[in-house]
Design a protein around this ligand. Sequence first.
Ligand code: MG
Length: 334
Amino acid sequence: MDFQLDFRRYSLAFRHPVRTSHGSWTVREGLYVRIGRPDGTVGLGEAAPVPAFGTETVAEDEACCRTLGGRISGDALSLVPRHLRALRNALAFAIGGDADNPRHSSIGVAALLPAGRAALADAPPKADAGFRVFKWKVGMAAADDEMALLDDLIGALPPGSRFRLDANGAWDRRTAERWLDRVSGRPVEFVEQPVAHGTKRADDCLAGLAADYPTPIALDESIAGEDDVGRWLDLGWRGYFIIKPALVGDVRAVLARLAKAHARVVFSSALETGIGAQAALRLAFAWPGKALSLGFGVWPLFSDPRFDGPRAVPFLRIGDLNRINPEALWSAAS
Ligand code: MG
């Protein structure tokens, strides 16, 4: 059974440069795949790699699509190298379609706050709009200053508000310990990636912090690949897993493993466009466990709003996803 494969690269400016630990990120590059199925239906998928997160590059994805050619068989995925995770993800969705039944009708969204003092002005209007979970980047300034700011933020928001603090691996162990001491008893849902990832020592440090403090820790950069998820599950990790479906090669298998382990999973954006967002969010709505607030409060994101996923609202409904028209994005990318 043959499928028709077409692909298109896109290059989209962010409305505002995205600050990352690797510097300023101004243009999102990725690739759409479009699969014509034998029954005449069409499936679209998005490869939105983030090389800084250990994925392949868009150039590698494009080269692979050229190698596959215009006609592919149903098992073409087996020809895609395993490390091309974003592309495997895109092809799996485009070939297989939306195979997951929703189990939630609406899921909360975490409001994204700007780093530093700017959060103090940004957060109250978001609380007024109905957001109660706030994600705040930390590790950008001196810990004492940020700790004081966190108290100001807590004081500025309605009771019941909760915080996710994302350090992106910026702290050393001592700083992480000071923070975890400080937030104990404060409304902090979790501390995300307090220390760096990638070494045995870093893993031991994360496991030690998780054992020593009551505030849960979330793994983000530590679980860039599907092998990492398995490794942390094997280690008995009881904290949170931040899953960016766009960056996981065999995402359904990974989620099945996490579900079996009753893991706490936060579905999160990889700053993809609407096609990838729709696929990722459908997985979030199909998640059999507790639906934690989504890390998808990122849109509007692109200078060209046609490529945005659903605008950040306190609660996302399944209908918001179904309004995304992948074919329109494919056309707009030409
Ligand atoms: Mg993070």
